[in-house]
Design a protein around this ligand. Structure first.
Ligand SMILES: Nc1nc2c(ncn2[C@@H]2O[C@H](COP(=O)(O)OP(=O)(O)OP(=O)(O)O)[C@@H](O)[C@H]2O)c(=O)[nH]1
Ligand SMILES: [Mg+2]
Length: 280
């Protein structure tokens, strides 16, 4: 009579919980933590061997490079701009070719230089490695049009790069073009060989959250970690070199939660640059 367990269907595997018990990166979202990040970056001093810390932002067209620069500078210059988001570099939705056409440099506090670049277009990646190598070695002057870089003969006009930031948007992470992955892999190989530090910056994280408040659970979301792990593995980048942000893209005012993630990422780039400056 009844109760025979042999007729019960096998129990389905328990679904993994959507949130990990422990985050894969510790980020504190308090007022104090935010102010500390602000101060840390404002007081940044490059290693004595370098006059400024030079960071370059690279990635595909529309991945959010210029937006990241705008977002970070809006944070760091928030008193001057009254907490309003500034469009210091042009951004454009849905552009097929790169909006950024020249090597653009922004200096912060005379200590940090951030270089914004034109987005990779696959058909042009044949030359991309040569172009990028020239930029990294400081052989390209600020303002140079990307189309003309290969013809540039000037030596050491620009600044040597101390940290490379590769930008991808999270919703492209899953279906990156194999040719682009191959390019990234080779490029990362070159960086490893020359010892230039690099970080993978994942943008558009907001697509996975309903409210900004929810970003606080970013590093506990199993699905996000999985997506990022997959792409990092393909590009042969360690998870410790991955940074995640949501840029300001429609808001007019900065906010502390996004700001914390942005400053945390930027602080990490400055930290990564130091040992390289020391070895120069
Ligand atoms: N939802 C969301 N949109 C973003 C984010 N970052 C950038 N965008 C939007 O994506 C579009 C392209 O951003 P850009 O910053 O111009 O991209 P880019 O990498 O500089 O592109 P190129 O200069 O053309 O190579 C803009 O409309 C931005 O508003 C983000 O984190 N989240
Ligand atoms: Mg741009």
């Amino acid at each position: 009579m009844g109760g025979s367990s042999s007729r019960e269907p096998p129990k389905p595997e328990p679904k993994p919980k959507p949130l990990l018990t422990d985050p894969w990166r510790e980020v504190e979202f308090s007022d104090d933590a935010y102010m500390k990040l602000q101060e840390e970056i404002k007081n940044h001093q490059p290693h004595p061997k370098a006059s400024t810390t030079n960071i370059i932002i690279l990635g595909s067209v529309g991945s959010g490079k210029s937006s990241f620069l705008n977002s970070v500078l809006s944070e760091l210059r928030r008193e001057e701009f009254n907490g309003r988001v500034q469009n210091i570099e042009a951004v454009r939705p849905g552009a097929q070719t790169s909006v950024t056409q020249h090597l653009r440099c922004h200096t912060f506090n005379d200590k940090i230089k951030i270089f914004d670049t034109a987005g990779f277009e696959l058909e042009k990646t044949v030359n991309a490695s040569i172009i990028l190598k020239k930029i990294l070695d400081g052989e390209v002057a600020e303002g140079t049009k990307f189309d003309g870089i290969l013809e540039t003969k000037i030596k050491m006009e620009g600044d040597k790069i101390h940290c490379v930031v590769l930008v991808i948007s999270i919703h492209n992470a899953e279906n990156l073009d194999p040719a682009l992955i191959q390019f990234y892999e080779e490029f990362i190989g070159m960086l490893t060989e020359t010892g230039v530090p690099y970080q993978l910056l994942v943008t558009f994280i907001d697509k996975h959250f309903e409210t900004t408040e929810d970003f606080k659970s970013l590093y506990r979301r199993r699905d996000i970690k999985q997506k990022i792990e997959n792409v990092a593995k393909k590009m042969r980048i360690s998870m410790s070199n991955v940074l995640v942000v949501s840029n300001y893209f429609e808001e007019v005012k900065i906010n502390q939660i996004k700001g914390t993630l942005l400053l945390e990422a930027f602080g990490q780039m400055l930290t990564a640059a130091k040992p390289f400056q020391e070895r120069m």
